[in-house]
Structure formats: structure tokens, C-alpha cells
Write a protein that binds this ligand. Structure first.
Ligand SMILES: C[S@@+](CC[C@H](N)C(=O)[O-])C[C@H]1O[C@@H](n2cnc3c(N)ncnc32)[C@H](O)[C@@H]1O
Length: 345
């Protein structure tokens, strides 16, 4: 599709294919992109079946990443969350883009989550890959004080061991940057409390909080989208890599997590979503966040769950032909907090 200069809407989720939509918008118009694409592992979304052949999926991935780069300001930041299956191929494309001076790769972050799916004959998966890049302004000469992209260190700094354990007078009183394996701690995310006493997210006597996938019982989990991310994950990214008033863009809006956090942190928000139903519900969630400054929450009753057990009407699930291969029991766990199993497990 030829690129044109149609202005993107302000504070809206565009319904349609993200590649066509992004390429129809002018270049360099967003400050932060966060992308959490379908992982090609067989989920059945409302309007998209997550099952392409390898070549097709990789080609599609490269095309939507290129479209994101087209939209990103030279001073912007780009984050991509991806599973094991295509992390290597995605990283290679980012390397190629860096060689063309279109972005600069900064970190390969591992997000360690808890309550992953229980596997029987291999190790349980408990991580996803988060690629952090910045726009090409980073190729220009700069110092730590003149970074050409948003990097609000103090908004996400954590207490260092020098401060908490060794009482070292030389410790930086503002703490330290988190490592590139992300275990968010309780003081960084308090939204995910379960609505019953089934599971707690951290040991109250410990100082490490393993940011959980969103389990079905959590108040934050809305229950109508299979892959809702925890807001705490996005909060760290948006605080660090954007400023109030900046435009935060999510090409795969889903349940609206990125944009809800952006809205409650005073950023402008923009998204794409193939499903008009998801887009409408996400918009409701995002507007709630913008108006109240709070995370939308649900009760077990709202979700049709009683004492932690799903009633007849389950949350959305994976493709029927893939489902056949799994047991009924397995169909209660999933990637990123959905109630579905992952391919081959
Ligand atoms: C992994 S989910 C995103 C979940 C989201 N991060 C959240 O927290 O709710 C991927 C989403 O991409 C949407 N999608 C799939 N193909 C798309 C396309 N070509 N353009 C726009 N959205 C698409 C799916 O409908 C699905 O909602």
C-alpha cells in the first residue's frame, strides 16, 4: 500500500490490519511503540488465527516491524515482546535495521513470569523476550546528559544492594537501574492482587517480586482477551521511555493494556486492532484509565468464575484443531495468563 500523509487519529484505536494502517500514516509521528504480536502458536483470536507457516510468519513479522520503524520518531523507542519460537529471527531483523541506521538495539530483556504452564516432560516455560531499541537519533554524538531519546531513569530506579543490604555510604541515594532480567517487585506493581486467597504474588518477607502472568482470578484480568499483559510491565516501559504528552502506540492493542497505562500516565495513546470487538472493549478500558487514573478491575462474579473455577462459559481459547490434541485439563493454563495451553505442551 502506498504511504500517504493521513494524520493518525488522536487517542483512538484504529480497527484494521496494522501494517496497512501504519503505512498509511505519516512517518515519524509516534514517540514510543510497544508491540506484543501473536506468537504463531495457535491462539484463536476474535479475527485472527495464529497459525502461519514459518516463512509467512517471519515475512509478516519483518513487515510489521518495518512499518513500526516508519512511524517511530528518530528520538523514539521501540519494544517488541516475543516468545522463544521466533525470538532469534526477530532479533536478526532488528540487527539488519540497525545496519541500515534505522534504529539502535539497546537490550535483550528477559521477562521472567511466574505461574507459567506446568509441563510434564520438559522444563516449564517462565519467560518471554523483550527487545528494546531506540530511534536513529542515537547514532548522533551524545552524552549521558544529552541522550537523544526518553530515558527517565529515576522513574524506574530500584534500591541497590549497597543501600538495602550493605548500608554502603557510597550508594547512589536514587537507587540503580533494574537489570535486564525483569523481576518486578511488590512496590513496583500492586495492581495484580488476587480477588480471593488463592495465590499471592510474592513472599511478603522477601524483596523480589516475580511479575506474574495475569491469572484468571486476578482483579486486573478482564477475562475477554486471551493474552492480557500485566499493567506493571507496561508501566516500567512507558515511564522510562516516554514523557507526559508523548504519543504511545501499540500495533496489536488486544485488551488495551499498553494504552490504558499510557492514558493513566498522561500520555497520548494510539493503537491498531484487527478485531472491532476487542477494539471497542479496549477503548472502554483505556478511557476508564484516562478518566479515573486507575486500573480497570473485575470481580470473579463478572468473569463468571466461582471459587476460582470457570463456569461453563470459558475465556477465549485456541484453535479447535489444535485443541483436539490437548487434554481438557491442559486447557486451563496459557501464555501470558490466558486460560489456554501452548503448542506442544
Ligand atoms: C498478543 S495479543 C495482544 C495483547 C495485548 N498486549 C494485551 O495486553 O491485551 C495480539 C493482538 O493482535 C491482534 N492482531 C492480530 N493480527 C493483527 C493485525 N494484522 N493487525 C492488528 N491487530 C492484529 C489480535 O486480534 C490480538 O488481539
Amino acid at each position: 500500500m502506498p504511504r500517504s500523509a493521513n494524520k493518525p487519529p488522536a487517542n483512538a484505536v484504529a480497527v484494521g490490519d496494522c501494517i496497512d494502517t501504519m503505512n498509511a500514516w505519516p512517518e515519524a509521528c509516534v514517540d514510543l511503540v510497544f508491540a506484543d504480536p501473536p506468537y504463531n502458536i495457535g491462539y484463536q483470536y476474535d479475527q485472527y488465527e495464529d497459525k502461519r507457516d514459518d516463512h509467512d510468519y517471519i515475512d509478516w513479522t519483518n513487515r510489521w516491524i518495518d512499518a513500526c520503524v516508519h512511524l517511530l520518531k528518530p528520538t523514539g523507542s521501540l519494544y517488541i515482546l516475543i516468545g522463544d519460537e521466533y525470538a532469534a529471527e526477530t532479533r536478526l531483523h532488528l540487527k539488519a535495521l540497525e545496519k541500515q541506521h534505522k534504529l539502535v538495539f539497546r537490550n535483550w530483556i528477559i521477562w521472567h513470569y511466574t505461574f507459567g504452564q506446568n509441563c510434564r516432560a520438559k522444563f516449564n516455560r517462565s519467560h518471554a523476550h523483550l527487545f528494546y531499541c531506540v530511534g536513529p537519533a542515537a547514532f548522533q554524538k551524545h552524552t549521558l546528559k544529552t541522550l537523544p531519546y526518553a530515558f527517565n531513569r529515576d522513574t524506574i530506579a530500584v534500591p541497590s544492594a549497597r543501600q538495602t543490604t550493605y548500608g554502603d555510604a557510597r550508594a547512589n541515594p536514587t537507587g540503580k537501574l533494574p537489570d535486564d532480567s525483569w523481576y518486578l517487585r511488590p512496590q513496583e506493581a500492586m495492581e495484580d492482587q488476587p480477588v480471593d486467597d488463592s495465590e499471592w504474588l510474592f513472599d511478603p518477607d522477601g524483596d523480589t517480586w516475580y511479575l506474574s502472568r495475569l491469572c484468571g482470578t486476578f482483579k486486573e484480568r478482564l477475562g475477554w482477551h486471551p493474552c492480557q499483559l500485566p499493567e506493571a510491565l507496561l508501566e516500567r516501559i512507558i515511564k522510562l521511555s516516554s514523557n507526559p504528552g508523548d504519543v504511545v502506540f501499540d500495533p496489536f492493542t488486544g485488551s488495551g493494556t499498553t494504552l490504558a497505562v499510557a492514558a493513566r500516565l498522561g500520555r497520548q495513546w494510539l493503537g491498531c486492532e484487527l478485531s472491532d470487538e476487542y477494539a471497542a472493549k479496549a477503548t472502554e478500558r483505556i478511557e476508564h484509565a484516562a478518566e479515573t487514573g486507575e486500573t480497570m478491575q473485575t470481580t470473579l462474579f463478572d468473569k463468571g468464575i466461582e471459587r476460582g473455577k470457570p463456569k461453563k462459559k470459558a475465556e477465549p481459547h485456541r484453535s479447535p484443531h489444535l485443541k483436539k490434541r490437548t487434554s481438557k485439563k491442559k486447557a486451563t493454563s496459557s501464555r501470558k495468563g490466558s486460560t489456554k495451553p501452548k503448542k506442544g505442551e
